[in-house]
Each structure stands twice: as structure tokens, then as C-alpha cells.
Design a protein around this ligand. Structure first.
Ligand code: NAG
Ligand code: NAG
Ligand code: NAG
Ligand code: NAG
Ligand code: NAG
Ligand code: NAG
Ligand code: NAG
Ligand code: NAG
Ligand code: NAG
Length: 890
């Protein structure tokens, strides 16, 4: 290899320097300070490029510390003293890298380490200001090992790496496919790879879009043992190679590339040396090639999420007796599990078959698989009874998921399982004896989850429950008939993040102290009573306590419950919402309906500023609906029905932007109401009603007109203003709320005619206009006639209505006069001024003034002065006479 010019340059400096000359560059330095000074300088320069080192991993890299070979992570050659290795991998696991990551950039000084063979900087934040993989790394011609995985690089992979002619190992993978700002390492030409004598190549999540000849390139690297190209955007895998050179290939990871061609046409089937084959989510389809049967060394097979035909039936015929991991999830496979599963795959450690349509029983032969650690058969149609025989020899089992099948579990009383599970999911399995499984008492290692939801348990919650599962993060025993009370020892479950006890028969009070680690807590649909404790759980995101018998006042600590979802509906809560001194921005869903809460709405609306769903229905709230409600732009579902609210409707309802348009941004429920566990959606709350964009203000004492602005809320699906004392006309443009499915404005004092535009509401499935003072000819066409057939009472109690479909002919008197309606169509909207006047002036709610205004079209304006929060805010609203005339009088 030609000496690089900078080496020569360094040699010259060294030769010219009297201090260094005596030592000589290539002589092995004496015991103390055994380190080449130039390399020491290069390392110190490298350290200067590191601007962050929170764990002090480079603390030993000091000017004063002569022997750089003793610095942590530095390896020198015993013979020459040259630095040959930098082992600087971030030791943290992939989930939390930041505490130990080096931050900064890779200094070009590293190229002075000419003898460097091994460079591992993985999982550090050393992508520097440019975030590009440095081209100068291509100068480290002695490198055998280069690991840059998990460094947040993006942009082009420099082809200069093709100069590393001794490289055996190259890892450029990202940890996830989400690089900074959604970008990736990318390359449009990887032909330089074929210069390298690689055994290991990992470019998982690099973007190699459109590289058609990638298989030809890798086929030029016959030394390859491991080839990982997960999620690289590769276009296909059906290249026809004249000859397969990859006779050493043991691991091939191609998951996540959308190949979309028959499985059998892939180029790699002749590599019978393969031990690991990952083809998940590749859209490969069709029959399995016979070659699969010849891959007798296979240890791992991942065909999850593809469209292959039923390999579950073919596989057992192949001699895959070394198979350790079989992953065939989410494939819609039908059929039975192999009867002699314990003999077919005797070495099996991982069996993941969730999300298929497998039927029949689980063969008891599975109990032989003494090396099994992980069984996931969830979300199939398996049936039959599983007994202790199925588990007889499963000594190493740690993950067991049988949920969402029709399986029954029946073990002998006193049975002691051979395993110590970390995850046990029996959701919707049926415990044949309806008892709480006593054998679970031995499972003190449960760490991830215990799920017994919907398991037909009709029993007391055992005393040992909360002490046995002390390490658990998720406990779910919802949907059973479990009796008993919540013990104070709940407090000590300091690992618990999700606790689901809903839909049982639990009684007693909620303990005063709950684990502060909780993020989801669901006690809903039980018989819990007593007051709500004054707890604060810092990271609680979901709190479900609805349908219990909780009484008393809301605790002051509710101001600290910065959850996404608070559902306390259907209890016996009373009193006013406590005074919170700062807004709570995180709560998106506040559900308090069907309690006995009282007071005014201002308090709540000022506290919860980012609501998407607000349900306060059927309480005892009084006062007006404050105009400030229209400032909650994210609100998509509002239910204030069944209170004692008075005053008029807020005028600026059109500000509720999440109720506009066919796709309101705010619909919450994917993120907020559901969690995804292994691809299965699980609901905490009955969300269906809250999915609907809706305003329900029915059964209050609201007065005044329906503001025209409401018709701009064209995302509304449900509008219910019934059982109030609203006056004036139905807004002319009601037909522009084109998504309306249900409209109820019955039992008010509305007058005037029914707007013709109503017939434009093609989705309308329910309409009630009864018991108002509506007059004139009933419009026809569209949905209206069908709706009448379904609900012949929908026009009842309006003496002035006539025409089809009711049996009253229209006389000429009852025909309306349209002339004065057109006139002021161009009028400007309601103007509103807010004053922070501290004037005490209670009592006079309405005052009408005639004012000359500057613009001609506004001839008369009036002040609407209404008291909102006793002395706090007075709102003056100027409305043109035309609007007054049109909306509030007939
Ligand atoms: C170099 O020295 C270290 C520590 O004394 C020793 O573990 C290692 O085996 C030596 N390497 C060689 C190649 O002699
Ligand atoms: C590679 O990434 C860089 C930086 O994100 C981008 O500018 C460039 O367009 C990408 N090239 C390809 C081929 O995607
Ligand atoms: C590998 O096979 C190809 C044919 O696909 C052939 O042209 C090439 O010379 C072979 N390369 C090596 C390094 O064996
Ligand atoms: C794969 O093996 C078959 C049968 O052994 C052979 O006919 C075919 O040429 C091989 N294909 C490649 C690409 O090596
Ligand atoms: C699963 O298979 C059934 C019957 O073959 C088919 O109706 C259904 O659409 C399939 N589902 C998926 C997700 O492919
Ligand atoms: C189970 O694993 C052990 C050690 O990992 C191994 O020695 C043994 O052969 C395996 N058993 C089977 C049946 O493969
Ligand atoms: C919680 O654990 C502590 C320490 O082990 C213990 O003293 C306390 O009694 C426990 N609390 C309850 C309510 O069991
Ligand atoms: C509704 O308004 C009318 C007329 O303004 C009034 O007579 C009646 O008492 C009001 N009803 C209620 C329940 O407020
Ligand atoms: C009904 O809708 C049509 C088309 O969307 C529109 O042209 C028409 O003006 C509407 N009619 C009324 C009365 O709003």
C-alpha cells in the first residue's frame, strides 16, 4: 500500500523535532508513556471534537496522562505501540442512548492513526454539524472493522469507503428508520462495496431506492456471511444471477423492502448455507419454493406480514430441525398447528404466530419444547382446552401469549408450573373453573404484563395479587366478575405503568396512595365508592373511573392531573370544579357527564385550554355558555346537555375550527384512546360516541337565536339544541352543514319557515323540528321525505306548518315573503369587543341602543350586554338590524 502523504509529512516533523527524534517513531516505546506522541496528539484532537460526554467516558484522555494506550477505549499494538483500535461504542441500550452518548463530531485528526484497524463509534451522537458520514474515513486504509451504526447521519454514503480495501466488517445501520427529520443515509450507487472483502455488511434503514443491480453487487462479495438491508427501499429481489457466489452467506435480512413479486423468483434460494432469513413485510407472494426444504441449516425464519401461501402446512415437511425462531405473524394463514410440533422443531425457542386464522387445538406435544422461551399464538381462531400437559417441559418459557382465541385453560389444582413468566397474556381465554388461577402465585417474575381480561373469572381478588406481581408494568384483569377491594399495598407497585381493573365488581374506596409510576389507570365500571382521593400521579395519561359510585367533591389535586384523558362520568360527584391557578394544557378529553357537579363553566374552560372532547352533560351547571368556549380551536365534541345553562349561544361558534371540514384534525381516538399492543388495538373507553363531531346543548334554558355562524361548522355530524327556549329562525344556510347526520332543534320557540336548504343534507338520518312555532310550506326533496316516513312526528306541534307531507294545505297567507331576506346578505358579521370592565352592574342583561355607525350598511346596531361571570367580562356585540330581524324575530 502506498504511504499516504500526510504520513510522510508527520515523519518529517518528527524527524525534525529533537525531543521526539531520540525516541524514534517505530521503536516500541519503553514501559512508561508507551504511546506514539503524534497519535496521542491525534487522540487529543479527536477529544476536542467531542463537545458532550455526560458519562465522562473520555475522562482518562488527559494531557497529563502520558500513555494514551491506557486511555479508555484505546487499544495499542503490543509490538509497535501504535493505536490499532478505538472501542467507543455507547454502552447504553437502544432505548435510552443520551445519558452515555458522546456528542460532537469525528475529528479529521483520526486519519493520523494510520495503523487503526478497529473503529467503533456506534450509537454516539457524533454526526457533527453536517450530519454527513465523513469522506476522510476512506483514508483509514488499514481498517478491518468500521461500526458507525446508530449515529444520526444522513445524506449520501461516501463512496470513498470503497478505498478501505481490508474492511471485513461494515455497519452503517440506523437504529430505527426514523433519522433526524425523517432523513436517511442514502445511496444511488453501491458498486464500491464490491471492492471490499466484507464478511459483515449492515445497512439497515439506509435508503437505497432504485438500485436495481444491488443483488449483482453483493454477489461480487463472496466472503459475505451477514448481509442486512432491512427497509432500504430496494426495488426487487428477483435478479437472475448467472452464478450464486455467496456460498458463505449465513444471515440475510431483507425485511421491509417492498418487492411484490413471487417468492419463488428471489435470487437467494440456492444459498443453502443460510441460517437466518428475514423476509417480513416484503409483499412477496405465492408458493414456497422447494429450495426452502434444502435450507437445512435454518435457525431463524421470519415470514411475517407477507402473502405467501400457507407455509404453516408445508414447513413441517421440511427438515428444519435446527429451527430456533419461527415468526409467521399477521399472515391470514389458516389450518392447524402441526400435530407433532415438538418433534418437528425440537430446538424451537421462539414461536410467533399471532394474527393468523389458525384453527383447532394447540397440540399438547408443544409441552416437549424445553428450549422454548417465547410463544405467541394470540389473535387466531384456536380452540380447545389447554392443560398443564401443554406446559409440562417448558422450563425456559418467559413469554406466553394465548390471547384472543377461543382457548380454555384447565390445570390441575395445586399445579406448579415449570416456568417463570415475564409476560403472561390470557386475554379472552376462558378459565374453566372460573377461579382466579392460583398457579400464577409462583409467577413473581412477571415484568411486562399479566393479562387476564375477559377470562371468565368469577372470584375474589386474591390477597397475594398485588404483592406477587410487584415487578409488573401492565396488569389487566378487566372484564371479569372479580370481587374484593383495592388494598393499600397497591401503593408499593412502583413498576406499574398500566392498571386495568374495569368492568368487575370491586367495592370499597380508591386507596389514597397510588403508584406514582402509573400512566394509565382504569377502574371504570365497578362499584367503587367513597370520595376521590387527593392523589397526584405525575405521568398519568389516562384516568378512567366512570360508572362507579364515587361521591363527594373533586379534589384540588385534579388541577395537577395533566392527563390526556380524564373520564369520571356516571358517578356521584358534586360541588364546583376546584379553582386551578394555572391552565392544564395536556387534557384533551374531559368527560364528567352524569354527576351532580355545579357552578359555572368559566372555571373549567379557563383551566382546560386544549380540549378536544368536553362532556359535562347531565350535571347541575348554571350560568351562561361563555364566549371563551369558542377559543378552544381543537374542540370537536361538545356536550353540555341536561344542565341549567341560560343566556344565548356564543356568537363566534364558527371559531371552532376542528368542527369544520370533512376531516377535522382533532379526532382523537387513535392516539389518545387506544394503545397498540403488538398490533392489536385495545380500547379503554367506549369511544364510539366521542368519535362523532358533535354539539349537544339540549335540555338547558338557553334563549336567543341560533347564530348564523353555526352553519360554517360543516364538519358537524350531530347538532342537538332541543329542549331550550331558543327563538328566531333556523339559519338559512343550514344546508351547508353537509355532513349532518342528526339534527334536533325540537321544543324551542323557533319561528319562521323551514329553510329549503335543509333538503340538501344528504346524510341526514334523524331530524326533529317538532314543538316550535315554525310556519310556511314544508320543503321537500332529498332525504326529507324518507325521514318523515321514519319519524312522522318530526314536524308536530308547529301550528303554522303546511303542505306535503303533513295533512294541511297551504293557503296564500301561509306562503312566505322572501323579499327582505336577500337585502342584507352582504352584511358584515357580528362584531365583538371585550372589555375587562370591573364595573359591578348585575341585573341588566340586555340593553338595546340605536347607534349611528360609520359604515352605511350598518344602520342600526345594538349592544348586547350580558353578564358572564358576575362583574368580570362584559361583551358588547354590535349586530346589524337585518340580522336581528332575520334571526331573532320572525
Ligand atoms: C497484548 O497485551 C495484552 C495485555 O497485556 C494481552 O492481553 C494481549 O494478549 C496482548 N496481545 C498480543 C497480540 O500479544
Ligand atoms: C440523500 O439525502 C440527502 C440529504 O437528506 C438529500 O439531499 C438527497 O436528495 C438524498 N438523495 C437521494 C437519492 O435520496
Ligand atoms: C460472482 O458471480 C458473478 C456472476 O454473477 C461473476 O461475474 C463474478 O465474477 C463473481 N465474482 C466473484 C468475486 O466471484
Ligand atoms: C440454483 O440451483 C439450481 C439447482 O441446483 C441450478 O440449476 C441453478 O442454476 C442455481 N442457480 C444459481 C443462480 O446458482
Ligand atoms: C383473509 O382471508 C380471507 C379468506 O380467504 C379473506 O376474505 C380476507 O380478506 C383475508 N384478510 C386479509 C387481511 O388478507
Ligand atoms: C436446548 O438448548 C441447549 C443449550 O442452549 C442445547 O444444548 C440443547 O441441545 C437444546 N435442546 C434441543 C432439543 O435443541
Ligand atoms: C410498602 O412497602 C414498605 C416497605 O417495604 C412497607 O413498609 C409498607 O408497609 C408497604 N405499604 C403497604 C401499604 O403495604
Ligand atoms: C321561554 O320564552 C318564553 C317567551 O320569551 C317565555 O314566556 C317562557 O317562560 C320561556 N320558558 C322558559 C322555560 O324559560
Ligand atoms: C343545494 O346544493 C346544491 C349543490 O351543492 C347547490 O347548488 C344549491 O344551491 C343548494 N341548495 C340550497 C337550497 O342550499
Amino acid at each position: 500500500m502506498a504511504t499516504h502523504p500526510s504520513v510522510i509529512f508527520l515523519l518529517l516533523i518528527v524527524a525534525a523535532n529533537p525531543f521526539h527524534a531520540s525516541r524514534g517513531l517505530h521503536l516500541p516505546p519503553a514501559a512508561a508513556g508507551a504511546c506514539i506522541p503524534q497519535e496521542r496528539e491525534a487522540l487529543l484532537a479527536f477529544k476536542r471534537g467531542i463537545t458532550g460526554d455526560p458519562a465522562g467516558r473520555l475522562a482518562s484522555w488527559q494531557e497529563g496522562e502520558e500513555d494514551c494506550c491506557r486511555w479508555s477505549g484505546v487499544r495499542c499494538s503490543n509490538g509497535t505501540g501504535h493505536v490499532v483500535g478505538l472501542h467507543l461504542r455507547n454502552p447504553a441500550d437502544d432505548l435510552d442512548l443520551t445519558d452515555t452518548a458522546l456528542a460532537g463530531q469525528i475529528s479529521p485528526s483520526i486519519t493520523s492513526l494510520h495503523r487503526l484497524k478497529y473503529l467503533d463509534l456506534s450509537k454516539n451522537n457524533v454526526s457533527g454539524p453536517t450530519s454527513r458520514v465523513p469522506e476522510f474515513l476512506g483514508l483509514l486504509g488499514n481498517l478491518r472493522y468500521l461500526n458507525l451504526s446508530g449515529i444520526p447521519f444522513y445524506g449520501r454514503v461516501p463512496p470513498q469507503l470503497g478505498n478501505l480495501s481490508k474492511l471485513h466488517y461494515l455497519d452503517l445501520s440506523a437504529i430505527t428508520n426514523r433519522g433526524p427529520w425523517g432523513t436517511y443515509l442514502n445511496s444511488t450507487d453501491i458498486s464500491w462495496l464490491s471492492n471490499l472483502p466484507l464478511r459483515y455488511l449492515n445497512m439497515d434503514y439506509a435508503y437505497l431506492l432504485g438500485i436495481e443491480d444491488w443483488a449483482h453487487v453483493v454477489n461480487m462479495i463472496p466472503s459475505l456471511k451477514v448481509l442486512r438491508l432491512t427497509d432500504c427501499g430496494l426495488p426487487s429481489a428477483n435478479q437472475s444471477l448467472p452464478r450464486l457466489n455467496l456460498t458463505n452467506l449465513e444471515e440475510l435480512g431483507l425485511s421491509g423492502n417492498l418487492f411484490y413479486h413471487p417468492l419463488s423468483s428471489c435470487w437467494f434460494w440456492n444459498s443453502t448455507s443460510l441460517r437466518y432469513l428475514e423476509l417480513a413485510s416484503t409483499l412477496l407472494y405465492g408458493a414456497m419454493p422447494d429450495a426452502l426444504g434444502h435450507m437445512t441449516s435454518l435457525q431463524l425464519l421470519d415470514f411475517s406480514h407477507i402473502n405467501a401461501i400457507n407455509i404453516i402446512e408445508l414447513l413441517p415437511q421440511c427438515s428444519h430441525n435446527k429451527l430456533k425462531e419461527l415468526r409467521l405473524t399477521n399472515n391470514n394463514f389458516t389450518g392447524l398447528l402441526p400435530d407433532r410440533i415438538g418433534h418437528v422443531w425440537p430446538s424451537l425457542q421462539v414461536l410467533e404466530l399471532y394474527g393468523n386464522r389458525l384453527t383447532g387445538p394447540v397440540p399438547s406435544d408443544i409441552g416437549m419444547l424445553s428450549n422454548l422461551t417465547d410463544i405467541d399464538l394470540s389473535d387466531n381462531n384456536l380452540s380447545g382446552v389447554m392443560t398443564h400437559e401443554h406446559f409440562s417441559d417448558l422450563r425456559r418459557l418467559t413469554m406466553l401469549d394465548l390471547s384472543d382465541n377461543s382457548l380454555k385453560i384447565k390445570v390441575a389444582p395445586g399445579w406448579l408450573p415449570p416456568f417463570r413468566l415475564q409476560l403472561a397474556n390470557f386475554g379472552s381465554c376462558q378459565m374453566v373453573d372460573h377461579q382466579f388461577p392460583t398457579w400464577l402465585q409462583s409467577q413473581t417474575d412477571i415484568f411486562f404484563m399479566l393479562n387476564l381480561s375477559g377470562a371468565s373469572i368469577s372470584d375474589r381478588l386474591p390477597d397475594w395479587f398485588f404483592t406477587t406481581f410487584l415487578k409488573a408494568t401492565t396488569l389487566d384483569i378487566s372484564n371479569n366478575r372479580i370481587r374484593g377491594t383495592l388494598p393499600p399495598s397497591l401503593e408499593n407497585m412502583t413498576s406499574l405503568s398500566d392498571l386495568f381493573l374495569s368492568s368487575n365488581q370491586l367495592t370499597g374506596q380508591i386507596p389514597n396512595l397510588l403508584p406514582s409510576s402509573l400512566t394509565s389507570l382504569d377502574f371504570s365500571r365497578n362499584y367503587l365508592s367513597g370520595p376521590l382521593p387527593n392523589f397526584v400521579i405525575p405521568n398519568l395519561a389516562h384516568l378512567g373511573l366512570f360508572s362507579n359510585r364515587i361521591s363527594g367533591y373533586l379534589p384540588q389535586s385534579i388541577c395537577e392531573w395533566n392527563a390526556d384523558v380524564l373520564n369520571l362520568a356516571y358517578n356521584r360527584l358534586e360541588g364546583e370544579f376546584p379553582q386551578c391557578f394555572k391552565p392544564i394544557s395536556r387534557v384533551a378529553i374531559l368527560i364528567l357527564n352524569n354527576n351532580m357537579l355545579s357552578g359555572k363553566l368559566e372555571q373549567i374552560l379557563e383551566t382546560f385550554t386544549e380540549l378536544q372532547i368536553l362532556d359535562l352533560a347531565w350535571n347541575k351547571f348554571t350560568g351562561t355558555i361563555p364566549e371563551s368556549i369558542t377559543m378552544i380551536g381543537g374542540l370537536s365534541h361538545l356536550n353540555l346537555a341536561g344542565n341549567s345553562l341560560s343566556g344565548s349561544l356564543p356568537h363566534h361558534l364558527s371559531n371552532l375550527s376542528s368542527m369544520r371540514g370533512a376531516h377535522p384534525q382533532a379526532l382523537c381516538c387513535d392516539e389518545v384512546m387506544f394503545v397498540t399492543m403488538k398490533g392489536q388495538e385495545r380500547s379503554y373507553y367506549d369511544t364510539s360516541i366521542y368519535d362523532v363531531v358533535s354539539i349537544d346543548l339540549s335540555s338547558n334554558q338557553l334563549t336567543g337565536g341560533i347564530p348564523d355562524g353555526i352553519t360554517s361548522l360543516d364538519g358537524l355530524v350531530n347538532l342537538n339544541l332541543s329542549r331550550n327556549n331558543l327563538t328566531g329562525k333556523i339559519p338559512e344556510k343550514i344546508g351547508s352543514m353537509f355532513l349532518l347526520e342528526s339534527l334536533d332543534i325540537s321544543e324551542n320557540n323557533l319561528c319562521g319557515e323551514i329553510p329549503q336548504s335543509l333538503s340538501n343534507l344528504t346524510y341526514l338520518g334523524s331530524l326533529d323540528l317538532s314543538h316550535n312555532n315554525l310556519t310556511g310550506r314544508i320543503p321537500s326533496g332529498g332525504q326529507l321525505d324518507t325521514l318523515y316516513a321514519q319519524n312522522p312526528l318530526m314536524y308536530d306541534g308547529n301550528i303554522g306548518l303546511c303542505g306535503y307531507p303533513i295533512n294541511k294545505n297551504c293557503t296564500s297567507n301561509s306562503e312566505p315573503n322572501h323579499s327582505d331576506q336577500k337585502k342584507d346578505e352582504h352584511d358584515s358579521n357580528v362584531l365583538m369587543f371585550s372589555f375587562g370592565l370591573g364595573v359591578g352592574y348585575v341585573g341588566c342583561l340586555w340593553a338595546v341602543f340605536c347607534v349611528m355607525l360609520f359604515r352605511r350598511s350598518w344602520r342600526i346596531a345594538y349592544f348586547q350586554l350580558f353578564d358572564k361571570a358576575f362583574d368580570k367580562v362584559y361583551v358588547f356585540i354590535f349586530v346589524t338590524r337585518a340580522k336581528w330581524a332575520r334571526n331573532y324575530r320572525c
